[in-house]
Design a protein around this ligand. Structure first.
Ligand code: FEO
Length: 170
């Protein structure tokens, strides 16, 4: 059985993951409006991944006999500036998510909830990967100054990303 403090924090995290999905879907729509189908594809897959994260927390709360209480998802921005600005925004958002996951780990340690701490380690690793992959895209965008033929090639490259449900992998 989950302790109340952990249950509340996990429910908040479900909301954050759903917000992340909504945010990336809005960025996907924005990328489409800029005529960047590859970047839009990358962001759509990112939005789908966030749903799998929300779902992993959702299932875990139930597994531990907790209660999931879904709250309203905040409105997301619709304009993200340049492509480089948008990916910087993605990185900043992922850094916030990382801080939030770390806070959950802190709570699990504080209340000696070893099962939750173990489940959260998957997310700790996932955040390292997420931040690294976004940083790589920002580095590439900086290399081509976010425009021209270089931007066209990055868009083409990001168009090849396919969806993998990494929550099912281990
Ligand atoms: Fe669910 Fe992008 O972290």
């Amino acid at each position: 059985m989950l302790k109340e403090k952990m249950e509340i924090a996990l429910n908040d995290q479900i909301n954050k993951e759903l917000y992340s999905s909504y945010l990336y879907l809005s960025m996907c729509a924005y990328a489409q409006s800029l005529g960047m189908p590859g970047i839009a594809n990358w962001l759509k897959i990112q939005a789908m991944e966030e749903l799998t994260h929300a779902n992993k927390f959702f299932d875990y709360v139930h597994e531990r006999n907790g209660k999931v209480l879904l709250k309203a998802i905040d409105e997301v921005p619709t304009d993200f500036g340049s492509v480089t600005d948008m990916f910087k925004n993605v990185l900043e958002h992922e850094q916030l998510v990382t801080a939030s996951i770390n806070n959950l780990v802190d709570i699990s340690i504080e209340i000696s909830d070893h099962a939750t701490r173990s489940m959260l380690l998957w997310f700790v690793d996932e955040q390292v990967e997420e931040e690294a992959s976004v940083q790589e895209i920002i580095d590439q965008l900086n290399m081509v100054e976010g425009k021209g033929h270089g931007l066209f090639m990055i868009d083409k490259d990001l168009g090849s990303r396919t969806f993998v449900d990494s929550t099912q992998q281990n």
